[in-house]
Write a protein that binds this ligand. Structure first.
Ligand code: C2E
Ligand code: CA
Ligand code: CA
Length: 508
């Protein structure tokens, strides 16, 4: 194949970039990964040559028109919102952090968060295509505003703008920019045959006046925007600690979560899985916690739903796999015989690179896939079945197993249970809690145990808290269980102690 240098001189018609899958990583990480290990880049004259290159060494491929320079295009792919061309949410986080570090003592910045009033009902009324068109037009108008820098789109109809100025000019400049924005957004929008009038709300927070902390600034601008929403027409509000903090606003954890990931504040706890015939710990479930520097240990139910909504669950989920991979070595040495369950949320499957990224992590951390089990719920299976099936099959080919979490609360069909590579059913803890109290729950527990036996799948009862529940499960030949009766989820070191000294667990 001709060298890159020859091709650059000849100005090829088609440029082919081959990015080895080892370098393909989740959003925020890709640029740093590319910097540390540059991707394999090949330029080709024609599609025939490109095909040859693919045959030779393909992994992940990007075909780009020649006029786009490679680094710029890669950066754009990772930082740009495809609908409007503005920066995306990740870009916004990175930039704001960077600018906050850069501003010196005589400089200030103002963060504006803007959204369109009643956009959801607008979308219902006109449809998503027109909604998208409208968002693109708003972005176009905002982009022409003088004096702002870095326009980003961080949600459906949510934009951010940053203004920088000397300390004693920031207020004047901010008002200037707001007036300009309102003027730009005033005229009606003509889309197809519709003439659309709409209003926006702008929330403003300033550094250093309100805070120099990244997550505070975002929270304050957001709170101010909520106050602006209460006003009619185009409106804006500048953060005011008295007005805004007096009203009890719910804490916006999202920017903090982003930082938590970077500052490595997540911890994995392990809850043992017990074999009910040998009375030994045979496996574990990995459960995430957030060790917050101010609020202490935050349980997953308080931040997983937020991270699912924002998409942060994708990088958080990869962190979990990575950490389990590292801990697994120690757990194997301590004698853990079987699998560690890793929870996967439905949202993680929306990442097109799920299977390939996990594969990369498995290779990178030498993870023994025979000890890896992914727990997913029935809801995850139904969201986007073909893609979920594809991911499950790719991962099970690598040796990982799957269990169906919270089993009995969703809508699995027999056909599905047989079609998918699911090896274990986890009886939901709500049914286990009903043992001794509800005949219906007892019947469900018995049925799931016998269903698993008939389908030749393993079964685990979750949430075992009492000796009575345990006795019932043993009587009905449930092979495995986990729950507070045996142990709460504990940090790695305590779990290793449990493995070394099983006598510290209650006798069965
Ligand atoms: P889950 O997957 O159903 O996990 C079991 C939950 O039940 C855990 O709560 C565990 O601490 C709790 N539990 C265990 N034994 C007992 C018991 O005997 N009684 C009662 N009442 N509860 C028991 P936790 O750790 O708060 O996790 C809550 C949920 O957060 C998990 O439910 C899972 O859906 C999610 N989650 C936890 N870690 C991760 C993660 O790494 N990734 C994802 N995507 N989700 C996670
Ligand atoms: Ca689970
Ligand atoms: Ca569960």
């Amino acid at each position: 194949m001709p060298s890159n240098v020859d091709r650059e001189k000849n100005s090829p018609e088609v440029q082919l970039i081959l990015v080895d899958s080892n370098h393909h990583t989740f959003n925020g990480d890709i640029l740093s990964a590319l910097k540390s290990t540059p991707p394999l880049i090949t330029h080709c004259h024609s599609l025939v040559e490109a095909n040859q290159a693919l045959d030779d060494q393909c992994q992940n491929v990007l075909l780009l028109p020649v006029e786009q320079s490679i680094p710029n295009t890669l950066i754009r792919l990772q930082t740009q919102d495809p609908l409007t061309g503005a920066g995306n949410r990740q870009h916004f986080y990175h930039q704001l952090q960077q600018v906050l570090r850069q501003i010196h003592s005589t400089e200030a910045l103002c963060l504006m968060m803007l959204d369109i009033d009643n956009f959801t009902s607008f979308n219902h009324q006109y449809g998503h295509d027109i909604g998208d068109r409208l968002v693109a037009l708003v972005a176009e108008r905002l982009d022409s505003c003088q004096g702002k820098f870095d326009l980003c789109r961080i949600g459906n109809d949510e934009f951010t703008l940053v203004v920088r100025a000397p300390l004693n000019h920031i207020k004047i400049k901010t008002r200037d920019v707001i007036e300009q924005i309102i003027e730009l957004l005033l005229p009606a929008y003509e889309i197809n045959e519709h003439t659309i009038h709409l209003h926006c709300s702008i929330g403003v927070a300033m550094a250093p006046e309100h805070s120099t902390e990244f997550d505070d600034l975002i929270r304050y601008a957001n709170t101010a925007r909520i106050r602006a929403k209460k006003l009619r027409g185009h409106s804006y509000a500048i953060f005011d600690a008295q007005k805004d903090l007096d009203e009890k606003q719910s804490i916006n954890l999202e920017p903090e979560l982003w930082q938590a990931l970077q500052k490595r504040q997540f911890r994995l706890y392990y809850q043992p899985r017990i074999c009910l015939s040998t009375h030994r710990i045979i496996g574990a479930e990995a459960l995430i916690r957030w060790e917050h520097p101010v609020h202490g240990m935050i349980p997953p139910d308080e931040f997983i739903p937020i991270s699912e909504k924002s998409g942060l669950i994708v990088p958080i989920g990869y962190w979990v796999v990575e950490q389990v991979g590292q801990d697994m070595q120690l757990l194997k040495e301590a004698g853990l015989p079987e699998q560690i369950g890793v929870n996967l949320s439905f949202r993680q499957f929306q990442d097109g690179y799920l299977a390939s990224t996990i594969e990369r992590l498995i290779i990178q951390h030498h993870i023994d896939t025979r000890q890896l089990e992914f727990e997913l719920t029935e809801t995850a299976l139904f969201r986007d079945e073909p893609h979920v099936v594809y991911c499950m099959e790719s991962l099970s080919q690598l040796g990982a197993e799957f269990s169906l979490d919270d089993f009995g609360t969703g809508y699995s069909s027999f056909a599905m249970l047989q079609k998918l590579p699911i090896s274990t059913l986890k009886i939901d803890k709500s049914f286990v809690a009903g043992i001794g109290k509800s005949e219906g729950d007892e019947e469900i527990v018995r049925s799931i145990i016998s269903l698993a036996r008939n389908l030749k799948k393993k079964v685990i009862a979750e949430g075992v808290e009492t000796a009575e529940q345990l006795a019932f499960l043993k009587e009905h030949h449930c092979p495995m269980a986990q729950g507070f009766y045996f142990s709460r989820p504990v940090p790695l070191e305590s779990f290793i102690e449990l493995l070394n000294d099983p006598s510290s667990m209650p006798s069965l």
